[in-house]
Design a protein around this ligand. Structure first.
Ligand SMILES: Nc1ncnc2c1ncn2[C@@H]1O[C@H](COP(=O)(O)OP(=O)(O)O)[C@@H](O)[C@H]1O
Ligand SMILES: [Mg+2]
Length: 287
């Protein structure tokens, strides 16, 4: 299968400030030979601790920054070789939901305008107002939301709005970069369910990013683990839980189990709907 969106041996580094005025120019390597791909209609996960390089991968996949080394390809085409028309089609085809909906939505714009704006900017050839009404319904909100402003909504509702905005231009790939990390635990599962249902229904490809293995295990078929800018392990979520090989993966599995024990101890285990109970219990038995 040809990957739809692919990072091929991608390396990224950022310049560090010089120690001395005429000292050597040093840089911080943030991605180091990263291979990562999502196929048509596939949902893949990316997990790693904070600072591992996940958002840097997101920016590379969106074409927001050009890596120092390696290639980013969409539909087999290197982003650097795309002409303006192809580039515009790419920008439309790959959409993102970021971690914090309060900073990703303009507080001075009504929700309706926030959803219309990208359709106009991307030159989407369909009735924009009708499309906006359609997507706001798809994320479980009513049309009355369109005339309101971000401060009138809860974090979970805002993340639904951000999902609607990402879906409006009819992308082929949705990148969700820690979409529930900033939300109350009690509503994380709702938002994850919504994302999963939508990508299933629409046949989208999804890259779901989290620092919590349980969050991605639930709705993806293949997960890559990143640590220190390198992909250290890849596999089916179930296998990663049962036989984690890399140290970083073992730490992520331990974090999930500790979390589950903590919730169970407080009688809240049923609320941890985002965790895949069968898989993690098997993992625990095997330890
Ligand atoms: N524009 C930048 N300039 C310098 N350093 C950066 C920049 N963006 C990210 N970094 C550094 O790169 C590393 C990875 O960051 P990031 O990709 O945001 O990690 P994650 O999303 O996994 O938490 C961090 O050490 C971060 O400080
Ligand atoms: Mg990040």
């Amino acid at each position: 299968m040809t990957p739809l969106l692919e990072l091929d041996a991608v390396t990224q580094a950022y310049p560090l400030p010089r120690d001395r005025l005429f000292g050597p120019r040093r840089s911080l390597t943030v991605l180091d030979g990263v291979d990562f791909a999502v196929g048509e209609g596939e949902a893949v996960g990316l997990v790693g601790e904070s600072g591992a390089g996940k958002t840097t991968m997101t920016r590379a996949m969106l074409g927001m920054e050009t890596p120092r080394g390696g290639a980013v390809r969409f539909d087999g085409r290197d982003l650097r070789e795309m002409g303006p028309d192809e580039r515009r089609a790419f920008r439309r085809a790959v959409q993102v939901v970021m971690q914090n909906p309060r900073s990703s939505l303009d507080p001075r714009m009504s929700v309706g305008r926030s959803l219309l704006e990208p359709l106009r900017a991307l030159g989407v050839a369909e009735d924009h107002a009708a499309r906006v009404r359609e997507v706001i319904g798809q994320v479980g909100l009513t049309e009355s939301a369109l005339a309101r402003y971000p401060h009138e909504f809860s974090g979970g509702q805002l993340q639904r709005i951000a999902i609607a905005r990402a879906l409006a231009p009819r992308p082929r790939v949705l990148i969700a970069d820690e979409p529930v990390s900033a939300l109350d635990v009690s509503i994380q599962a709702q938002v994850l369910n919504l994302l999963k249902d939508l990508v299933d229904e629409l046949g989208l490809s999804m890259v779901l990013i989290a620092h919590d293995l349980a969050v991605v295990a639930y709705s993806t078929s293949r997960v890559s683990v990143i640590a220190g800018g390198r992909i250290v392990e890849q596999g089916a979520p179930r296998d990663l839980f049962v036989h984690p090989e890399a140290e970083a993966t073992r730490n992520l599995v331990d974090a999930v189990l500790t979390m589950e024990d903590g919730l169970a101890g407080r009688g809240l285990a049923a609320g941890a709907a985002a965790t895949p109970p069968v898989t993690s219990h098997q993992a625990r038995r095997g330890r």
